[in-house]
Design a protein around this ligand. Structure first.
Ligand SMILES: Nc1ncnc2c1ncn2[C@@H]1O[C@H](COP(=O)(O)OP(=O)(O)OP(=O)(O)O)[C@@H](O)[C@H]1O
Ligand SMILES: [Mg+2]
Length: 500
C-alpha cells in the first residue's frame, strides 16, 4: 500500500472516529440534558415545549381540551378523570386538574408532593400550552389548557409526563462516558500512529541507519525491507546504489592489489638479470676473468642477460599497452591457413636445429578468411609455440598445428607432447607473471607474460583462448578468431578505398 493511501486512510479513520465520538457525545448530552444539565437544557426544552407529549398522550390531551371547552364541568367528575388518568398512565404520563388554586385531581403516578407549586399560573389566553419545568433533579414536560367552569371559576387541565429516567443514569455516568470516549479517540489515534510509524517512519529510520553505515564506509550490510510502497522502491534504488558502490570499491581494491603485485613482480624480474650482470662485471673488474676465454664467456653472459632484460622490458611494455587498451589493432581481411604456413616456414629451420618437429596436422585444402591484425597475431602464435618448445622433456619433440572452421569462427590448436600443465594451474596460466612451476621455470628464463600477452591479443580480436593439458603427455593451446564474411570483406575493402 502506498504512503499516500496510508495517510489518506489514517486521516479518514481519524475523521470517522472523531465524528462518531462527537455524535455519541452529543447524544449523551441530549439524554443528560433532559435530566438536569442546566446549560444544555434550554435547547432541549424548546424541543419538548413544541412537542412535550407523545402521540397517544397528545390525543388524550385533545379529548380533555375538547371537554374543557364544551363541557367544562365534567372535568370535576372524579370517575371520568380517573378513567383518563388510567389511559395516560399506560403511556407513563399523568393527569392533573386544577380549579382556581385548588387541586381537583392529581394522578398518583407523579408521587411528587411539590408538583402544585411548580405548575404555571392560570392564563385564559392559553398563550403557552406546552412547556417544561423541573423539580429538583426531576424533569417534566406538559401540555395544559386553561378554561372556565360554567360557574365562572378558573380551571386548568394538565397532561404531565416525567422525562426519561435513563437520562438520569447517563447524567450520572456522563464523566465516565466522556472519559471513555476520549480514551477511544486516544486509542484510535495511537493505533493509527503506530501503523504509520511502523510502515513509514521505521523503514525510513532503517534506511537512514544504512546510509549512515555507508557514510562510514561499511558497504556490506544489506537492508531487508519488504514493503512495496514508495519506501520499498526507495530502498530498492538505495540497495542498487550500495551494491554498485560495493562493487566499485572491491574493484578498486583489486586493482590496487594487482598494481602492487605488478610492481613487485616487475622489480623482482628486473632484479635477477641486473644482479647477474653486476656479478659478472664485478668478476671482470676483480680480475677473475683472467684469460681471454673467460673474458669472452663473461662478456657473452653479460650480453645475453642484457638481451633478457631488453626482451623483458619489451614484453612488459607491450603487455601494459595492451592492458591499458592503448594499442590499436589494424584488422585486415586475411587467410589464416596462409598466415600459419608463413609462421611455420619461418620457425621450421630453428626448430629443426633444436630437434623439434613442427608441422601441420591435417592442413585445410583451401584458405579460410579471418579478420585479424596479423602482426599481433604472429606475436601470440610465437609465444604459444615458444612455450611448446620450451616446456618439453621428450626426446621426440613434436608440435602440431591444426585449424577447424565453424560457421562464424575459426579455432586454431597448437599441440605439443611436452611436460603438460598441472590441472590446478590451467586456469591461471593466462594471468600475467604466472608460471606453473616457478622454481623450475626460472631456469627457462620466462617471466610469465607470454600467454598473458597472447590472451590480450586474442581477446582484442574478439576471440577466446584456452588450454587443455595432460601432465606428462602434452598440452593443447586453442584460440578462436572471427571468420570474415563477404560483407565484412567488402566493408574492409571500402575502408581501404576511403583511406586512399
Ligand atoms: N606448452 C606448455 N607446456 C607446459 N607448460 C606450459 C606450456 N605453456 C605454458 N605453460 C605454463 O604456463 C606458464 C605461463 O606461460 P607464459 O608463456 O605466460 O610464461 P613463460 O613462458 O613462463 O614466460 P614468458 O613467456 O614470458 O617467457 C608457464 O610458465 C608454464 O608453466
Ligand atoms: Mg612463454
Amino acid at each position: 500500500m502506498s504512503i499516500r493511501i496510508k495517510l489518506l486512510l489514517s486521516y479518514t479513520g481519524m475523521l470517522v472516529v472523531s465524528l462518531l465520538v462527537v455524535a455519541l457525545t452529543a447524544g449523551l448530552f441530549a439524554i443528560t440534558a433532559t435530566g438536569d444539565v442546566r446549560s444544555f437544557r434550554d435547547f432541549y426544552k424548546v424541543h419538548y415545549q413544541l412537542n412535550p407529549l407523545t402521540e397517544e398522550e397528545e390525543s388524550i390531551f385533545l379529548e380533555l381540551k375538547y371537554l374543557a371547552k364544551n363541557e367544562p364541568d365534567r372535568l370535576q367528575e372524579r370517575e371520568l378523570l380517573t378513567e383518563y388518568d388510567f389511559k395516560l398512565r399506560t403511556v407513563r404520563a399523568g393527569l392533573y386538574v386544577r380549579r382556581e388554586s385548588n387541586q381537583v385531581f392529581e394522578s398518583n403516578t407523579f408521587n411528587q408532593p411539590e408538583l402544585e407549586g411548580y405548575l404555571p399560573a392560570y392564563d385564559l389566553d392559553n398563550n403557552q400550552i406546552r412547556h417544561t419545568f423541573n423539580i429538583g433533579e426531576r424533569f417534566y414536560a406538559y401540555a395544559k389548557f386553561d378554561f372556565r367552569f360554567t360557574d365562572g371559576a378558573k380551571g386548568s387541565v394538565f397532561v404531565i409526563r416525567e422525562r426519561s429516567p435513563f437520562g438520569e443514569v447517563v447524567r450520572k455516568l456522563l464523566p465516565v462516558l466522556v472519559i471513555l470516549l476520549v480514551a477511544v479517540i486516544v486509542a484510535a489515534n495511537a493505533l493509527l500512529y503506530r501503523w504509520i510509524t511502523r510502515s513509514v517512519v521505521k523503514p525510513l529510520e532503517l534506511l537512514r541507519g544504512s546510509a549512515e553505515r555507508i557514510k562510514e564506509g561499511n558497504l556490506q550490510v544489506s537492508l531487508d525491507l519488504r514493503s512495496k510502497d514508495e519506501i520499498g522502491q526507495l530502498n530498492e534504488t538505495f540497495e542498487n546504489m550500495r551494491k554498485r558502490l560495493h562493487e566499485s570499491v572491491q574493484l578498486r581494491l583489486r586493482d590496487e592489489e594487482s598494481r602492487k603485485e605488478l610492481v613487485s613482480n616487475i622489480s623482482h624480474d628486473l632484479r635477477t638479470p641486473i644482479t647477474n650482470i653486476k656479478g659478472y662485471i664485478e668478476g671482470i673488474r676483480d680480475g677473475v676473468a683472467d684469460t681471454p676465454e673467460k673474458m669472452d664467456k663473461y662478456v657473452n653472459i653479460i650480453y645475453s642477460k642484457a638481451n633478457d632484460l631488453d626482451r623483458l622490458v619489451d614484453e612488459l611494455f607491450l603487455y601494459s599497452k595492451l592492458d591499458l587498451k592503448q594499442v590499436s589493432f589494424q584488422f585486415e581481411h586475411a587467410d589464416i591457413v596462409g598466415f600459419l604456413d608463413a609462421c611455420l616456414d619461418e620457425l621450421r629451420f630453428v626448430m629443426k636445429e633444436k630437434g623439434i618437429d613442427l608441422e601441420w596436422d591435417d592442413r585445410p585444402e583451401s584458405g579460410i578468411a579471418v579478420f585479424a591484425d596479423l602482426e599481433k597475431l604472429k606475436r601470440a602464435v610465437l609465444n604459444i609455440i615458444g612455450n611448446a618448445q620450451k616446456f618439453t622433456d621428450k626426446a621426440d619433440k613434436t608440435i602440431r598445428v591444426s585449424v577447424r572452421a565453424a560457421e562464424d569462427r575459426v579455432a586454431v590448436e597448437i599441440r605439443d607432447n611436452g611436460i603438460g600443465i598441472p590441472r590446478e594451474d590451467i586456469p591461471y596460466i593466462f594471468d600475467r607473471f604466472y608460471r606453473a612451476e616457478r622454481s623450475r621455470n626460472s631456469s627457462t628464463g620466462g617471466s610469465g607474460l607470454g600467454l598473458a600477452i597472447a590472451r590480450q591479443i586474442v581477446e582484442g580480436h574478439g576471440g577466446t583462448i584456452w588450454a587443455s593439458s595432460e601432465p606428462g603427455v602434452g598440452t593443447s593451446l586453442f584460440f578462436t578468431l572471427k571468420r570474415a564474411t563477404k560483407e565484412e570483406g567488402a566493408a574492409d575493402d571500402d575502408d581501404k578505398h576511403s583511406d586512399h
